[in-house]
Design a protein around this ligand. Structure first.
Ligand SMILES: [Zn+2]
Length: 407
């Protein structure tokens, strides 16, 4: 397996050079370097005897149908777009390992049909909306999205046409019912596995997420002449709330809550701030805990505002429910982890993935690999050969068991 792991890593590095910006890894949805990635992946898949095509949403799809295999196929894959100045392994490693899985199926003569999907878009960088590729495959692509524009004013429809595809055919990209399920292999993009000295984990679900924008409004006034007891300081109110957010998240198991942005107005050294605008990003694997915590935080903001004679307004631009992975498929994967000789660690994902969208259409599971330093969305993103090897060992057991079960 070590040779396979080294090959998968080398392939990720090779694809990293197919970028919009020399010296940085940036590959947004269907930008020119995507042609090179598709040509390379197509050649790899065709060499394995797969039937390959590009669907109307720009997803590259290859099918291996060994003789004697049932028509019910297992789908493996991840995305090939990146964030600006991203890493070499986010998404792409999942595609490369999917291709190695096909090679394992062939080498072991397993009667298992496998489809590999290199999703065209997951990060939402170019058009501000993520999961464009997996939405199409899951049959959840809203044609209204085609009117979205990128920073240069190109519509999503125009981008798809410029790539040589017909956006009116996107509905036809949806998968049929001849599927066993979808498995995505992905780097963890966080520090949990490293902290626990584990190589891989089965993902139980993807956290739900709420985003809030809050505005505390008081009275901008002279920093020298306004006594402390006569101030309506919006920034001090916001600061009190930020501390409360951290405190609540620390005492709520599984909750992560972040105030990542604040704007004070007039933002001057000698002026009491009249307005403070801030954001909240709160995530938890259970919707009830997330929603309850967010309500508690809004109540706290209200009571802080009242006590300080501030006005408080709150908008809620995002409320995304948690998504559970399929219990049966996840148990299969966790059993395979154990059978391959590793602790059957289960964990939730704090980040969104194509698996989240695919789960709405079919049984879905995810395998995480340790992220050295917990670093991702960064050129320093890396993987360890031994961890990639472990993922392949797990998948080898998993594929054998799935092949045995569908026979
Ligand atoms: Zn990713």
């Amino acid at each position: 397996m070590k040779d396979r792991a080294l090959r998968a890593i080398a392939e990720c590095q090779r694809i990293a050079a197919m970028t919009e910006e020399p010296g940085r890894i940036t590959r947004r949805f269907l930008t020119p370097p995507t042609h090179n990635v598709h040509a390379h992946l197509r050649a790899r898949m065709e060499a394995l005897g797969m039937e390959v095509y590009l669907d109307a949403a720009g997803n590259l799809r290859g099918l291996l149908h060994p003789e004697g295999a049932s028509d019910k196929r297992l789908i493996l894959g991840s995305h090939i777009d990146t964030v600006p100045d991203g890493g070499a392994f986010d998404g792409v490693l999942g595609v490369m390992l999917a291709i190695e899985c096909v090679d394992l199926v062939r080498q072991n003569g397993l009667p298992l049909a496998v489809e590999v999907i290199a999703f065209s878009e997951e990060e939402g960088v170019r058009f501000g909306v993520p999961f464009l590729g997996s939405r199409a495959v899951a049959g959840r692509f809203d044609p209204a999205l085609l009117a979205l524009k990128d920073a240069e004013g190109v519509t999503l429809e125009g981008a798809i046409r410029a790539y040589g595809l017909d956006p009116t055919l996107i509905a036809g990209s949806a998968v049929d019912d001849d599927t066993l399920g979808f498995v995505e292999i992905h780097i963890e993009q966080g520090p949990v596995l490293e902290a626990e000295n584990l190589k891989v984990a089965a993902v139980t679900g993807i956290v739900g997420q709420t985003r809030l924008t809050l505005e505390f409004a008081g009275q901008a006034n002279h920093a020298g002449t306004t006594p402390m007891n006569l101030r309506r300081d919006a920034l001090a109110g916001a600061a009190e709330w930020i501390a409360a957010v951290e405190k609540l998240a620390k005492r709520t198991e599984g909750l992560v809550a972040t105030v990542g942005k604040i704007e004070a107005s007039p933002n001057a050294t000698n002026v009491v701030a009249g307005i403070a605008l801030l954001t909240l990003d709160a995530r938890h694997p259970h919707d009830a805990v997330r929603l309850g915590s967010v309500n508690e935080l809004i109540e706290m903001a209200n009571s802080i505002a009242e006590r300080r004679s501030l006005a408080m307004q709150c908008t809620r631009p995002m409320d995304q429910p948690a998504v559970s992975m399929d219990e049966r498929l996840t148990a299969y994967l966790a059993d395979a982890i154990e059978a391959a000789g590793f602790p059957p660690k289960r964990m939730h994902s704090g980040a969104g993935h194509d698996a989240m969208v695919m789960a709405s259409r079919m049984p879905t599971a995810m395998l995480f690999l340790r992220s050295p330093g917990g670093i991702s969305h960064n050129p320093a993103e890396a993987v360890r050969t031994e961890d990639v090897e472990a993922a392949l060992e797990v998948m080898s057991v998993f594929l054998q068991r799935v092949a045995g079960a569908v026979r």
